[in-house]
Design a protein around this ligand. Sequence first.
Ligand SMILES: Nc1ncnc2c1ncn2[C@@H]1O[C@H](COP(=O)(O)OP(=O)(O)O)[C@@H](O)[C@H]1O
Ligand SMILES: O=C(CO)[C@@H](O)[C@H](O)COP(=O)(O)O
Length: 571
Amino acid sequence: MSDNGPLYLGLDLSTQQLKAIVIQSDLSIVSSAKVDFDQDFGSKYSIKKGVLVNEEEGEVFAPVALWLESLDLVLQRLQEQNTPLNRIRGISGSCQQHGSVYWSHEAEKLLSGLTADKPLVDQLTAAFSHPFAPNWQDHSTQHECDKFEETMGTPERLAQATGSAAHHRFTGTQIMRLRRKLPDMYASTSRISLVSSFLASLFLGAIAPMDISDVCGMNLWDIPSNNWSSPLLDLASGGSPEPLRAKLGEVRQDGGGSMGNVSSYFVKKYNFSPDCGVAPFTGDNPATILALPLRPLDAIVSLGTSTTFLMSTPVYKPDPSYHFFNHPTSPGQYMFMLCYKNGGLAREKVRDVLPRPAASGGDPWESFNRHALATPPLDVHKEGDRAKLGLYFYLPEIVPNIKAGTWRYTCDAKDGGDLQEVKETWGEEIDARAIIESQALSMRLRSQKLVNAPREGLPAQPGRVYLVGGGSLNPAITRALGDVLGGADGVYKLDVGGNACALGGAYKAVWAFERQKGETFDELIGKRWKEEGAIQRVDEGYKKGVFERYGNVLGAFERMEEEILKVAKNT
Ligand SMILES: Nc1ncnc2c1ncn2[C@@H]1O[C@H](COP(=O)(O)OP(=O)(O)O)[C@@H](O)[C@H]1O
Ligand SMILES: O=C(CO)[C@@H](O)[C@H](O)COP(=O)(O)O
């Protein structure tokens, strides 16, 4: 670390953890710290995996006080490592998407009057009109989702306006439900923040505006007209849109620059410089696409608890089966996203029914990986074998909108013809490869309109595929993903795989404060980012012949989903 250059702080407030990462202008990492909600505060707040659940109503939510305590603790942990917090010039961050925080009429006064002799949690209790923030796993809003789609006419029209069809977790439907369930709470709310603008507000000591990318996770922001959607505000507010518009506030258009200097609380308590600025914070998925300079055909697959597939694109082509967001730093660009609930957890379920030999050396994935690597694509060993396709949904899925269950089918491997359901299981060891293939085929099917041939003579596919999150450590998963998705320029894993969104937040802070007039995020970060040490090639990606074999059954995979949708649609 140099002795005197500026430093930048990136935070990631996700479902289970608050992470902080400090970097220099050249993007090198100086220090990092984290708070694990269950480990550090599990018994105090009775949370499990960061959240509380009300099964009866399908509610999933997190205590706001837990996040206040965690912010003090993560900064204390950075201090304990002697991180020179006084050199931090700018702060940004990434937060779980869709969650909402409800501020009381006391909030502005309490935020601006924070004193360093007491923790945040002791000073801000009265700043909230509701002690909980709905979490993205909440599924209590089917009625509201129906109303959102009804108001716009069809899911397609809603997606055209807001970038997405109606989703249980999207903030607009959550606000509409809470207004009806807790009218007094709604009336005593002065402002509503997303988790990203909530965390930025704590640093600012004032309520921060929402971010131009994260606001697209609400089903309330009209992306083409760059404004709140009047019919949807009207619906969510129960016919009084103006008070709701005031609660939501203005949306900041610029993803960079400073929203103001850090509150004196952080100056006095943690020795931040009074000149340290706060840049807009964004959602964790938008921040993940900022963790490296992403080129036009590149894709990121985030293999965490859930799985997300992300691309940056200049083309706005919304569809009810996926999401479009404004790009967090580049006006006129968009982020394309697929989000699956059945990611890591579903793979763990398949893993856990496989016998675990004593010689596995404690690696829980040994048996799963051995079978996945020994099984040929689609379990086709020789000419004439039928291709095997399955769906492994242990939780109700988002896309396709199918109930929990597992289904197995076979089809003609040459052209996907003669699709037939297999009622009995075909052997657990075959499921290991089949579940990875199934997840990857779904991503390939839904992203195919966004990719084209990277070079003459190659089929349409991504350029590079970058993997982040826990699953990116697994060689069998990376291999099968490369087989199905291709990637003409290879499959790579980010060396900070689990910290990608905190790092994206820190890079955003560097760009926010060091950009020259008109300099884009990709230009600035592209000049400073060094591949060596940042990424590792884990698979060659496109393999001629193999990629095409999956192409032959992509239509059958789509037909299989359609058949299952007819009998097992989520209602
Ligand atoms: N070696 C591995 N192989 C496959 N999956 C793994 C491996 N290590 C961790 N995971 C999976 O990673 C997931 C957690 O990833 P992480 O990125 O830390 O999640 P999140 O950000 O959602 O909290 C878990 O579902 C776990 O099963
Ligand atoms: O709902 C979505 C995206 O639409 C999720 O990706 C959340 O943003 C989850 O964040 P984590 O806490 O799992 O990182």
